[in-house]
Ligand binder design. Structure first.
Ligand code: AMP
Length: 420
């Protein structure tokens, strides 16, 4: 089955075309035909294609809105010049969408119908910056391909539906949960699920034997405690702002700061929230950049004090979460790194792991240094009782596989209410 995977943002669409079916899934033989992204939708858009052979190609086109962008994309990936091998719109058999917030309602990937659209709409209040764009992407796809092509929603929150009450409830008046569904939802679920699944495959473990801490360290960062293959705690909360230090997000802080900063800086609460989301984290501390590569260069080559500080705080917070999740899990078999930073920076991995020798984690510096650019493997020293791994995340592949499973009837279809 040829599946178009879409991750729709405010002015961007990331896409991938994946061929998968039951046999390919069983043999890890899925084929990725083409991937890329469209940026600056609404103006002169830039489209970048990355082909299966590693080559990239850039185009520009005037794409006035999401509908025009998806229509252009579908037309292009099914044209001979795309090199995808697809030659007509009918060659796209199904579409899988990354949808950020499934609330308590969506606990697995679902076929999109009117009830699901309404469910995503109902969760707009919980994810005003994301779900509206996801809905626009689904509507644009229906316009481009017709109502006959099945579309599947794969939710970022769904993997965390297994969190126990004691992990997802905040210690605020309980009626707030009942009245407004204020709780930890967790995000990056598709990524943590993808990492855990791949780890299980590489280490030939049964699902029930997987007891690991996954760290998705990209521009957004989150940690997840996984026991028996399911998420039992995660660092992002009601929104993706909580938890680890991120590129531009603060992560954990004292909530009393919101009012204090507002009063001191003459800002509204929503301006402070925007500051915590887009002016904080690595960017906020360093005053330079949210890009870890540039920060490492500033710190190592130019000895910039605040760049060093930003990196130190980033690593310290991640190590603290590892400690917390070791306690939550009662010990773990491995810490698994992924995301742009987790997959590429041996230095950051080593700095996060430094000081975890008490927990049985000893880094093999040489192996760690070799695990960059998409390579997977174990970098803890022989004899470590807590292993350290790099397992690149592949959210698009998981979305494509879920899409196949849902469309072919091998996965629960429809919406299920959380019984709690
Ligand atoms: P992502 O959001 O997963 O694409 O990750 C983006 C982050 O990964 C940015 O902070 C990049 O600077 C960081 N990154 C990518 N490559 C490297 C690298 N070689 N060393 C350090 N950070 C990197």
């Amino acid at each position: 089955m040829n599946i178009l995977v879409l991750n729709v943002g405010s002015a961007t669409v990331k896409f991938q075309v994946v061929v998968t079916d039951a046999e390919r899934m069983a043999n890890d033989g899925d084929t990725k035909l083409l991937r890329g992204q469209i940026e600056r939708i609404g103006g002169e858009s830039v489209i970048t294609f990355r082909h299966a052979d590693g080559t990239t190609r850039r185009l520009t086109a005037a794409l006035r809105d999401m509908r025009a962008a998806v229509d252009w994309l579908v037309g292009h990936v099914t044209s001979p010049e795309s090199g995808s091998g697809l030659s007509a719109r009918a060659d796209i058999h199904a579409v899988g969408h990354r949808v950020v917030h499934g609330g308590e309602q969506f606990r697995s990937s679902v076929l999109i119908d009117a009830a699901v659209l309404q469910g995503i709409e109902d969760n707009v209040e919980l994810a005003p910056l994301h779900n509206p764009h996801n809905l626009r992407g689904i509507e644009a796809t229906r316009q481009a391909l017709g109502a006959g092509v099945p579309q599947v929603a794969v939710f970022d929150t769904a993997f965390h539906h297994t969190l126990p009450e004691h992990a997802y409830l905040y210690a605020v008046p309980y009626p707030l949960y009942r009245r407004h569904k204020i709780r930890r939802y967790g995000f990056h679920g598709t990524s943590h699920r993808s990492i855990a699944y791949r780890f299980r495959k590489i280490t030939a473990r049964e699902r029930n034997d997987v007891r690991i801490i996954t760290l998705h360290l990209g521009n957004g960062c989150s940690a997840c405690a996984i026991q028996g293959g399911v998420s039992i705690d995660t660092s992002m909360g009601f929104t993706p702002l909580e938890g680890l230090v991120m590129g531009t997000r603060s992560g954990d802080l004292d909530p009393a700061l919101l009012d204090y900063i507002a009063a001191k800086e003459g800002l509204s609460l929503s301006q402070v929230e925007a500051m915590l989301n887009s002016q904080s984290g690595l960017l906020g501390i360093s005053g330079l950049t949210n890009d870890m590569r540039d920060l490492l260069a500033e710190a190592n080559e130019l000895q910039d004090r605040r760049a060093r500080l930003a990196i130190e705080i980033f690593c310290y917070r991640a190590r603290k979460y590892i400690g917390a999740y070791l306690a939550a899990l009662g010990g773990a078999d491995a810490v698994v790194f992924a995301g742009g930073i987790g997959e590429n920076s041996a230095e950051i991995r080593a700095r996060i792991c430094a000081g975890l020798e008490w927990a049985g984690l000893h880094v093999d510096a040489q192996t760690n240094g070799a695990l960059v650019g998409g390579r997977e493997g174990c970098f803890s020293a022989e004899g470590s009782t807590l292993e350290a791994w790099v397992v690149p995340t592949d959210e698009e592949l998981l979305i494509a596989r879920d899409t196949f499973r849902v469309v072919s009837g091998g996965m629960q279809v429809g919406t299920r209410k959380n019984p709690t």
